[in-house]
Design a protein around this ligand. Structure first.
Ligand SMILES: [Zn+2]
Length: 426
């Protein structure tokens, strides 16, 4: 399958900007080719990038010396062609740390430059009830622990990206509003950087659904589908929209807030303050309230259970034919299909990938959702849009966050090649 990977841009700096910019652009071109293929010969790289073979050889010598690529054997071309040595992305010493903070957990996904997973974990945490100060402290502690684990494998993270369920000003790293966390105008990138000060690594913040959509597009069940919508199925519901192979950010970076589509003027109040938002119908809190009201979110004195355990309880009930749960999941499935039909009418995606708890309960939700979508979409071809369950689980956003860090390194590899060695963190 061939497709344009996300974050593919014209290399920064035009050749006329000078030799440093030219080198940076060329290094980025070469690494990008290697990211998108398992391995390539220098001749193939020259052909794909349009660079002269001698230039590719020089760049490759530098990348090999920096251990960002490695020789992986011999590529034979044709029956009589001269064997060519192939290279692949390496960078085992360069880490990329992706994190996600959500209502009831913090997730971590750390890789090296080639995407090899070095650390992956989810910590149950009541971010909703803790307030921003405690939550940022906890996020920082989890980040430090992950960095330590990665360093033990020999990788020093070159950056951290954090996924947040809310509106994010990505240029400033400020969470404008995360209604389900009660965060408002939180300068998360600055606060986290200050906590990790001795590590001096850049921190980026982005919306969780955007990052999960990137993860789905690059390595998920519908990877490479150029018109794809991803839905987070948590207490809140967000959307990440890939159009023509690119993440849609909108004029101000706030596209994809599908959880707040007003679908029921007579509905209940949403965390955002409005009435009848889609997530009040299909979010995990709505399902739990209908399926097992004695364990509803927000009841006084209730400990925060692992969301996976809560969903597993519901799955067990459904498997045993619990009527209340069957009714609850059918209702949520129909609302899922109604909202999906709005997206299909508006954007005409080929696939709507459902993540989080939606994926865990897909076998019960999807028949209702798919029927409703087909009934409500106007153009017959657009009604072919399929709901597909994500296979990335709760880790999709943190995985996308790590790949965003990798993409940024590949956009400008000189940031790690030319910087002095980092001080020890502790
Ligand atoms: Zn809302």
């Amino acid at each position: 399958m061939t497709y344009k990977p996300p974050f593919t841009r014209t290399p920064r700096g035009a050749p006329s900007a000078g030799p440093a910019a030219l080198r940076r652009a060329n290094l980025s071109l070469v690494l990008r080719e290697l990211r998108d293929h398992t391995s390539l010969s220098r001749a193939h790289i020259a052909e794909a990038t349009g660079l002269h073979r001698a230039t590719v050889s020089n760049l490759m010598a530098e990348l090999l010396e920096r251990r960002l690529v490695r020789e992986v054997g011999v590529e034979h071309v044709g029956a009589i062609g001269r064997p060519r040595r192939a290279v692949a992305l390496h960078g085992a010493h360069v880490g990329a740390l992706g994190m996600e903070i959500n209502v009831d957990y913090i997730a971590v996904h750390g890789t090296d430059l080639s995407g090899r997973v070095l650390v992956e974990r989810r910590v149950v945490y009541d971010a909703m009830g803790s307030g921003p100060d405690s939550a940022v402290r906890r996020l920082g502690a989890v980040a430090k622990s992950a960095v330590e684990t990665m360093r033990r494998t020999g990788a020093v993270p070159a950056g951290i990206a954090v996924a947040v369920p809310g509106l994010v000003d990505v240029t400033r790293g400020v969470v404008t509003l995360a209604p389900n966390l009660y965060w408002h105008g939180l300068p998360l990138a600055d606060q986290l950087s200050a906590m990790l000060d001795p590590l001096s690594m850049p921190v980026q913040v982005d919306n969780d659904a955007n990052l999960a959509a990137l993860a789905e597009y690059t390595s998920g069940v519908a990877a490479g589908t150029p018109y794809l919508v991803y839905l987070t199925g948590e207490v809140g519901v967000g959307g990440g929209i890939i159009l023509g192979g690119e993440l849609l950010r909108g004029a101000d970076g706030f596209s994809g807030e599908v959880g707040h589509l007003p679908v029921d003027p007579n509905g209940t109040q949403c965390g955002c303050g409005r009435i009848g938002c889609w997530e009040t119908k299909v979010g995990l809190a709505a399902l739990v309230r209908a399926a097992m009201p004695e364990q509803a979110y927000g009841l006084p004195g209730m400990p925060v259970p692992d969301p996976g355990e809560r969903v597993a309880d519901i799955a067990r009930g459904l498997a045993s034919g619990d009527r209340r749960m069957m009714t609850a999941v059918a209702q949520v499935g129909e609302w899922l299909g109604l909202g999906g039909s709005i997206l299909a009418n508006l954007l005409n995606p080929g696939v709507i990938v459902i993540g989080g708890y939606f994926a865990s309960l897909a076998e019960w939700l999807l028949p209702h959702a798919q029927d409703q979508l087909q009934r409500l979409v106007v153009a017959p071809p657009a009604a072919q849009c399929r709901f597909v369950a994500s296979t990335l689980g709760f880790g999709a956003a943190s995985r996308g966050a790590a790949s965003m860090v990798v993409n940024h390194i590949i956009d400008d590899p000189t940031t790690i090649m030319d910087s002095p060695p980092r001080p020890a963190p502790y």
